[in-house]
Design a binder for this molecule. Structure first.
Ligand code: ADP
Ligand code: MG
Length: 474
């Protein structure tokens, strides 16, 4: 009797189904299409290279057994892999590969954790969404504005993105406060790698998700699948590792995965909301691993970077807003980029809802709804902060006793503007500058006025600062 490939494969599936869990069967065997049976070679089509590797890694024994059963000892199996070109015009190509055990770095490299890998036939559930890199393609290096606040992290990230696993930045740990661009940066790394090396398995995962998946795998007795899956990753990007704090079992699993990947030359990228040394509740051995590579921080963007970020966002949305509005926004929102984006979105929404041009007035009203402490008037805090930033002295030094020249100048200038732009009395101004008396304020205002008349450079500085307060005082 001449057998056809569909029948043979159907018979194989019957046996396979009895030998593995329902979920694994659905995930790994249902998508397979039998293609041909020629001279005892059964060719099956699998959706991707990854799929093929997974089958060879976990089910090769079972597959061989069922093929022998059906076709006798001469029977062989070949895979036809769909290679997606990532483009709608060209048809997916296929590559045929005979079955053989993949000499995986995962299996060979590290012994103590072999237990995760034993007995592949016990593999059961694996979520389908795992196949996805989980990257958001809108996060790229092109739209990640560079500034002093992120220069090291960005350039290290770029180096890693170009040579994953082969720079000394492994792992790369990026840390910084909320909304400062950690996720954007690490996703940009992932997207860059993916576009240069489509066959690399890049995976982005938040630590929260990692923890939840791990807990789920414990509940359903699938820890082995969980581990095996992560060991296949080429570039592991794990966001917000502070979330692993206090979760000992998950940390232990992460430690093993980390070791395997690192030893096999795979790239690991992590983020955290604080420097590794401050990560409470993380095991020392894990923390010491983080130090193997590079740790780079992200700071709050300075004024110029904030301006550049707003420009870029507006440009990519095709929206024009006047320079003075951009300046106003960049000045008013100095916490983090996410907040800045929130303000922009609200501004654009208000402009289109009310059919109004975006101008300073609209910007001010948009801001009022979002940021509680934005005042319609220029207040003392704002003046002190702006002047201190301008003269590069600390806010505290304006209120301190110090008589250093550059601090005295900054303090006098701040008092001068306090008099010009606020309704505070001289006494009150003095009080807010470290309890000085009103005659000091008078003297400061006079000194600044005199300098404006005699020193051109100084005058220019005052005018520049004045512009900032005027913008705000509209
Ligand atoms: P984090 O993960 O540190 O909390 P995100 O990466 O989510 O911060 O960044 C918040 C928002 O700010 C994102 O929309 C991101 O695109 C944007 N953003 C942050 N930094 C920059 C930057 N340097 N250039 C452009 N956009 C940025
Ligand atoms: Mg984030």
């Amino acid at each position: 009797m001449v057998k056809d490939c569909t029948t043979v494969w159907h018979n194989c599936l019957q046996v396979i189904r009895d030998n593995i869990g329902e979920q694994s069967y659905k995930t790994w065997f249902e998508p397979i299409v039998p293609l041909s049976l020629v001279s005892n070679v059964l060719t099956i089509q699998v959706p991707s290279q990854f799929f093929y590797e997974w089958l060879e890694e976990h089910y090769v024994g079972l597959l061989k057994k069922v093929v022998f059963q059906e076709l006798g000892s001469e029977g062989r199996l070949e895979y036809s892999i769909i290679v997606d070109q990532g483009n709608d015009h060209s048809k997916p190509q296929t590559v045929n590969i005979p079955t053989k055990k993949v000499p995986s770095a995962v299996v060979n490299s590290y012994s103590p954790e072999r237990s995760f890998l034993k007995n592949p036939f016990e593999s059961k559930a694996i979520d389908r969404h795992f196949f996805n890199s989980q990257l958001n393609q809108s996060y790229t290096f092109e739209n990640y504005i560079e500034g002093d606040c992120n220069r090291l992290a960005r350039s290290a990230g770029y180096a890693v993105a170009n040579k994953p696993g082969t720079t000394s930045f492994n792992p790369l740990m990026v840390y910084g406060g909320v909304g400062l661009g950690k996720t954007h940066l690490v996703q940009a790394i992932g997207n860059h790698i993916k576009s240069n090396n489509p066959d690399k398995f890049v995976l982005y995962v938040s630590s929260e998700k990692f923890v939840n998946q791990f807990i789920e795998s414990l509940k359903t007795n699938n820890v082995q699948d969980f581990a095996n899956f992560y060991l296949l990753v080429d570039i592991l990007i794990i966001d917000d590792v502070q979330f692993l704090s206090g979760k000992e079992k998950t940390q232990e699993m992460f430690f093993h995965i980390f070791n395997h990947l690192h030893q096999s030359g795979k790239q690991i990228v992590m983020t955290s909301d604080c420097p590794p040394r401050d990560l409470k509740g993380l095991e020392e051995r894990l923390l010491s691993r983080f130090k193997w590579g590079l740790t780079a921080d992200l700071q709050s963007p300075d004024f110029e970077t904030r301006m550049a970020i707003i420009y870029k966002k507006m440009q990519s949305d095709g929206i024009h807003i006047p320079d003075n509005v951009i300046e106003y926004l960049a000045y008013s929102v100095d916490t983090n980029v996410r907040e800045l984006e929130g303000v922009l979105i609200s501004l654009i929404a208000q402009s289109s809802l009310n059919r109004k041009e975006i101008d300073l007035e609209l910007a001010k009203s948009a801001l009022k709804h979002i940021i509680e402490d934005v005042e319609t008037e220029v207040n003392l805090d704002f003046i002190q902060k702006t002047v201190a930033e301008y003269f590069q002295v600390t806010l505290d030094s304006l209120k301190a006793k110090t008589r250093k020249k550059e601090i005295v100048t900054a303090r006098q200038v701040a008092m001068y503007f306090a008099k010009e732009f606020t309704s505070h009395s001289l006494k009150s101004i003095g009080y807010h500058f470290g309890g000085r008396d009103h005659s000091t304020v008078i003297h400061s205002v006079q000194t600044v006025s005199d300098l404006i008349d005699t020193d051109k450079k100084f005058k220019a500085s005052i005018q520049e600062l004045q512009k900032k307060f005027k913008v705000k005082a509209v």
